[in-house]
Design a protein around this ligand. Structure first.
Ligand code: DX5
Ligand code: ZN
Length: 220
């Protein structure tokens, strides 16, 4: 059976107690999802490379999602700070092929993200050099938003493209993932689930993660 993995998003964690918040998800986190926002590409500001550097010793692979304009200017800093997976937005970079190649050259996994309104066709000429596609199932900027079901068809279309061109491609879904939506996204072809509010918004994080994975596995 296909493996479904989980990337808790620290955007919904208590920033004052980040260390213990990370400990509370360690046993269920395949990756730790870190949302970097610049107040320009998205209407919110979060963390920079120095925070990534502080998180690095936790030992969980850092899945860094750059929601910033001109991401190519920052790729080197985030990778040297400890990003193992670095995802940039296709809408934010005029030379996405060059930036994805740079990420790989610098030794990280290269991810590309699509906003809800962005067509899947933009992946056509880069899917073979991409390790991961991050499908946004909310408009980026904030945790705790409502899942946009239209992304399901996009996930299926990306999985179909990947089967022909890049079978190892990871499809990650981000936004509004909880036990009521995880099943449908995995059925459509996702294999990595980001969850912020549905994990850090609950007191029992382990149970919350189990509930998401159980619902995901029921549908594949
Ligand atoms: C939104 C971020 C997400 C966010 C998801 O812009 O990219 O990673 O943390 O949060 P939930 O799971 O609460 O929708
Ligand atoms: Zn994210």
């Amino acid at each position: 059976m296909k493996k479904i993995q989980l990337a808790p998003s620290i955007l919904s964690a208590d920033f004052l107690r980040l260390e213990s918040e990370i400990e509370s998800v360690r046993s269920v986190a395949d990756w730790l999802h870190i949302d970097v926002m610049d107040g320009h590409y998205v209407p919110n500001i979060t963390f920079g490379p120095d925070v990534v550097k502080k998180l690095k010793p936790c030992g969980i692979p850092l899945d860094v999602h750059l929601m910033i304009s001109e991401p190519s200017r920052w790729v080197e800093r985030f990778i040297s700070s400890g990003a193992e997976i670095l995802t940039i937005h296709v809408e934010a970079d005029l030379h996405i092929h060059r930036t994805l190649s740079l990420i790989k050259e610098l030794g990280a996994k290269a991810g590309v993200s699509l906003n809800p309104s962005t067509p899947v066709g933009l992946l056509e000429n880069i899917i073979d050099i991409t390790d991961l596609v991050l499908v946004m199932s909310v408009n980026p900027g904030f945790g705790g938003q409502k899942f946009i079901p239209r992304c399901l068809d996009k996930i299926s279309a990306i999985r179909e493209m990947a089967e022909k061109r890049n079978p190892a491609l990871v499809i990650e879904v981000d936004g509004g993932i909880d036990p009521s939506t995880a099943g449908a996204v995995c059925q459509a072809g996702a294999d990595m689930l980001v969850a912020g509010n549905a994990i850090f918004g609950k007191t029992d994080r382990i149970q919350a993660a189990k509930d998401i994975l159980e619902s995901a596995l029921k549908n594949i």
